[in-house]
Design a binder for this molecule. Structure first.
Ligand SMILES: C[S@@+](CC[C@H](N)C(=O)[O-])C[C@H]1O[C@@H](n2cnc3c(N)ncnc32)[C@H](O)[C@@H]1O
Length: 294
C-alpha cells in the first residue's frame, strides 16, 4: 500500500483548489442544484480516497444547502485527521460533535458542521477500495467523487469500477503526465520517463493506470452510455509555492531513482536544480460523467 502523509496532503491542498476547472465544476453544481430543487433531503456524495477531506472543502461551499458526505479511505489515521481538520474548518460545530471522534481509530464518529450556511453531515468509512469498490458504489448517493485518486488504480480495477457505476462521477486532479519545469534541464525527459514508469507500478490495486487513467475511464463509461466531459486542471506553481516545488522535486526524484532507469548522479543533479525551479506546471485532468437517463 502507498501511504500518503497528512503533511503532504495539506501542502498540496491550496494548489489543488486553485487548479480545479471552474467551468466543469459549474456544470456539476447546476446538476446538483437541480436535484436539490426537485426533492426533499440532503444531496449525498461519496468521496473515494478522501484523505483528510480536501475535496469536500473545495466543493461543499458551492453545493446545495443540505449535504451528506461519506469520506472513504483505507487509512484510518487520515480519516481521523479529516475529522479534526473539518472541525477546524467549519464556521459552526454543534456541541454534540465535540468528542473529537476518539471512540476508536477504525470507527470514526460522524460529524455535522455548518460552513458558509451549508449544513454538512459527514460519515467516515474506513474501507479498502481495491477490494470493496462494488459495496461502496451500492451505497445511496447522488454523486461519486474523488480527487487525486484515479491515477493510483489499475486498468482491471477500472473495469470493475465502471461495471458497478450507476451514478454520476466527478473526479478531479487525476495526474495526466504533462509536466513543464522552468528553466528547462537537460535530464527532464529522462527523469520524467522514469517517473511515469514509477507512476504505473502497483499502488495497491495492481499495476497503476497512472497518466492513462482518465482516457481509460472515459472510454469504458462512454461504452456504457455515459455522457462524459473533461477539462485540464494543471498545477501552476511559482516562487510562492516554494515548499511544494521542493517537495515535488524530491518526491519525483526518489520515485524515478526507485525504477533504476536513471542513475543516482543524474537524479541527484536533477533534484537539486528542480528544487530551485522558478515555475512548474504539473498536468491533471478533471472529469465528469453522467449516466444515460432511462
Ligand atoms: C493522493 S491522495 C488524495 C487524497 C485526497 N483525495 C486529496 O485530494 O487530498 C490518495 C488517497 O487515496 C487513498 N487510498 C489509496 N489506496 C486506497 C485504497 N485501496 N482504498 C481506499 N483509499 C485508498 C490514500 O489513503 C489517500 O488518502
Amino acid at each position: 500500500m502507498t501511504e500518503f502523509s497528512s503533511q503532504w496532503l495539506a501542502l498540496r491542498e491550496p494548489a489543488d483548489h486553485r487548479a480545479r476547472d471552474r467551468a466543469l465544476q459549474a456544470t456539476l453544481v447546476r446538476y446538483l442544484e437541480n436535484i436539490a430543487s426537485t426533492r426533499m433531503g440532503a444531496i449525498r456524495l461519496i468521496d473515494l480516497g478522501s484523505g483528510t477531506g480536501s475535496n469536500l472543502r473545495a466543493l461543499a461551499p458551492f453545493l446545495p444547502k443540505d449535504q451528506h458526505w461519506t469520506l472513504v479511505d483505507n487509512d484510518p489515521v487520515l480519516l481521523q485527521k479529516a475529522r479534526s481538520v473539518l472541525i477546524g474548518w467549519a464556521d459552526e460545530v454543534p456541541e454534540k460533535n465535540t468528542t473529537q471522534g476518539k471512540t476508536s481509530i477504525s470507527a470514526i464518529e460522524p460529524l455535522t458542521i455548518v460552513k458558509q450556511h451549508k449544513h454538512i453531515t459527514i460519515e467516515f468509512r474506513c474501507d479498502d477500495l481495491a477490494k470493496n469498490i462494488e459495496s461502496v458504489l451500492a451505497l445511496p448517493a447522488d454523486l461519486i467523487t474523488a480527487a487525486a485518486f484515479f491515477d493510483l488504480v489499475a486498468e482491471q480495477w477500472l473495469h470493475r469500477f465502471c461495471n458497478a457505476l450507476s451514478k454520476p462521477l466527478y473526479t478531479v486532479l487525476t495526474y495526466n503526465g504533462l509536466e513543464n519545469w522552468s528553466p528547462p534541464e537537460a535530464s527532464d525527459a529522462q527523469v520524467l520517463k522514469a517517473f511515469h514508469h514509477h507512476q504505473q507500478t502497483d499502488k495497491g490495486f495492481g499495476a497503476a493506470a497512472g497518466p492513462h487513467a482518465i482516457a481509460i475511464i472515459e472510454s469504458l463509461l462512454q461504452q456504457r452510455g455515459f455522457k462524459t466531459c473533461s477539462a485540464l486542471s494543471p498545477w501552476l506553481l511559482t516562487d510562492q509555492d516554494r515548499f511544494l516545488i521542493e517537495s515535488l522535486a524530491s518526491g519525483s526524484a526518489a520515485a524515478a531513482l526507485e525504477t533504476q532507469l536513471v542513475s543516482q548522479t543524474v537524479v541527484n543533479q536533477w533534484s537539486v536544480s528542480r528544487a530551485h525551479a522558478t515555475e512548474c506546471q504539473i498536468g491533471h485532468t478533471d472529469f465528469l460523467a453522467m449516466p444515460e437517463v432511462s
